[in-house]
Design a protein around this ligand. Structure first.
Ligand SMILES: Cc1cc2nc3c(=O)[nH]c(=O)nc-3n(C[C@H](O)[C@H](O)[C@H](O)COP(=O)(O)OP(=O)(O)OC[C@H]3O[C@@H](n4cnc5c(N)ncnc54)[C@H](O)[C@@H]3O)c2cc1C
Length: 499
């Protein structure tokens, strides 16, 4: 069916027909958890209008995924309450659904689809959302479509995985203009006031028919708190309670917007100068909100381009493929866009085309061979997983980084690289290092379980990097040391907080 969404963002999950007798169009909000710059929502609105059906948006949070914890639940539930108020004055029916008992949501998508005309779901290239789209939504008996709202470039555009940031940057420079005008400057919100809205009575009938227990609003309010009230609300659910909520990062699009605005107004101009300095807190800190889809990179790019009064005439075509100079923006804005677009979307591109993006085989052959060749090298220090998780190493900088991960769900970017390189140095072998990095990051990081989690972790093992001089343990893979970090950057403030 025709829509205004770029065709590269649309992935038909099956070839089934629309059910003309369906009671509604169902949009399953599973990763783009927001209303603005959400192409899945826009597509679903257009389909509902075309089919003259109500639109039912179900934002769900399951408990039967590997890393479900108080930390993730609290962040996502805060986002749900935010979305609930964003949908309030629209003609879209929004239902936040949190599984509070194991298997409570099992089969719900299938049951709801039996009553709907078609299903729209977010397309995300990894972890639980990809499983739901490919293994559940694709098998529904009606038309099921996945929509990609992840990045400035649609994931499918490249047609294959890019192996280096350089090749992705070139590809991005050649294509990004096609999407800037229509998508970044285009409609940020679909019109949502002219649809048929489901009445409370109709919604109740639907829920009864599929035996669907709504999550009580009062419980959501309690679970969204970060104090004892929140902890006690979440305590009855079968998730990991030791991974506690983070007090310094509260989920939701409004909080993401505030953080983004503060960053653009107060920190962006010094981004290039300060980005790598662990004590400065000079970056946006937006990765958790980006991960859960509470903010879109479109919104961030829109803010930056507007602030700099950018227009396409500023582009310097002679700089195509260069890290700086192509956009014609300030050095800091160019540096930031290189992280937000090139590096972030390199991860989405790779995960989308490589089903092995979380496996050893995704590392280039030279790195695999070199790391295996050095797997029996003598190690002066080794640690167990538990020692690492509990910050019990002899390295105060590493311990501080791990403490930041546990307490705040994030590590400053430069130290995150060092953190990974030291795990490679200390773990029994490179494959174990890979498993431990994934486990620590996916468990504790608010932005974990993301394509970028695996870009970062596998970069530590040589992916998207080049071969360096051969040395013990690391082989030809780039190495980093805490001593050189200490020499390069002032760490006093960082160590005071996390040391
Ligand atoms: C071992 C390791 C693990 C990592 N795990 C994650 C993870 O789980 N989730 C995650 O989002 N990032 C991960 N990264 C990448 C990077 O560290 C974070 O994206 C960044 O530190 C987030 O902080 P920020 O939002 O303040 O970034 P900013 O500097 O403000 O950048 C803005 C956005 O650009 C993207 N970005 C920035 N740096 C990178 C990068 N190096 N690679 C890819 N995208 C980038 C992120 O989406 C980020 O939010 C990892 C890196 C390493 C080395």
């Amino acid at each position: 069916m025709n829509s205004s969404i770029s065709s590269e963002r649309i992935r038909y999950l099956n070839e089934n027909k629309v059910n003309p007798n369906g009671k509604f169009v169902l949009y399953c909000m599973i990763s783009a958890r927001r209303v603005k710059w959400n192409f899945g929502l826009k597509y679903a609105v257009e389909m509902a209008r075309k089919l003259e059906k109500p639109l039912l948006v179900v934002e769900s949070l399951n408990i039967d995924h590997k890393w479900s914890s108080d930390r993730i639940h609290n962040f996502v539930i805060n986002g749900m309450l935010n979305n609930r108020s964003d949908f309030e004055d629209t003609s879209v029916t929004y239902v936040p659904f949190v599984e509070t008992k194991r298997n409570q949501g099992k089969g719900i998508l299938k049951k709801l689809s039996a009553l709907s005309s078609m299903v729209v779901i977010d397309d995300f290239p990894t972890y639980f959302p990809r499983i739901v789209a490919n293994n559940v939504a694709a098998k529904l008996p009606i038309l099921s479509v996945a929509i990609d709202s992840n990045g400035i470039l649609p994931m499918n555009l490249a047609g294959k995985e890019c192996l280096t940031a350089h090749s992705f940057r070139r590809f991005m420079h050649k294509n990004v203009l096609n999407f800037i005008e229509s998508e970044i400057y285009g409609e940020k919100l679909p019109i949502m006031t002219d649809l048929k809205k489901l009445s409370q009575k109709e919604l109740k009938v639907i829920a009864d028919e599929v035996e669907w227990e709504f999550t009580p609003l009062e419980w959501l309010w309690r679970a969204a708190q970060i104090d004892d009230i929140g902890i006690s609300a979440l305590s009855s659910i079968d998730i990991n309670h030791s991974v506690f909520p983070v007090t310094s990062a509260i989920g939701g699009s409004s909080n993401a917007f505030i953080r983004m605005s503060e960053f653009v107004d107060e920190k962006l101009s010094k981004y290039s100068e300060n980005r790598n300095k662990p004590s400065e807190k000079a970056t946006s800190g937006l990765s958790p909100w980006l991960h859960f889809g509470h903010i879109s990179s479109h919104e961030i790019v829109f803010q930056i381009l507007s602030k700099e009064k950018w227009d396409p005439s500023l582009i310097d075509e002679s700089r195509i493929g260069s890290r700086a100079g192509w956009w014609g923006l300030s050095e800091s804005s160019e540096g930031f866009l290189d992280q937000l677009i090139t590096w972030r979307e390199l991860g989405f591109n790779f995960a989308n085309f490589r089903s092995d993006h979380t496996d050893w085989t995704s590392i280039p052959k030279w790195a695999q061979d070199s790391l295996i060749k050095h797997s029996l090298d003598f190690k002066e220090e080794t640690y167990s997983f538990e020692e690492l998780e509990n910050s019990k190493t002899s390295d105060p900088i590493w311990n501080a980084a791990q403490r930041q991960l546990v307490s705040e769900g994030i590590i400053q970017n430069y130290l995150r690289m060092l953190w990974g390189k030291k795990i490679l140095q200390w773990a029994p072998d490179a494959k174990t290092a890979m498993e431990w990095m994934i486990k620590l990051n996916d468990k504790w990081a608010l932005d974990g379980r993301d394509p970028n989690s695996y870009t970062g972790i596998f970069w530590v093992l040589g992916r998207h990097d080049r071969a360096w001089f051969e040395r013990p343990i690391f082989g030809k893979v780039r190495y980093m040391t805490s001593n050189s970090t200490k020499k390069k950057y002032k760490l006093d403030k960082y160590l005071e907080i996390y040391g």
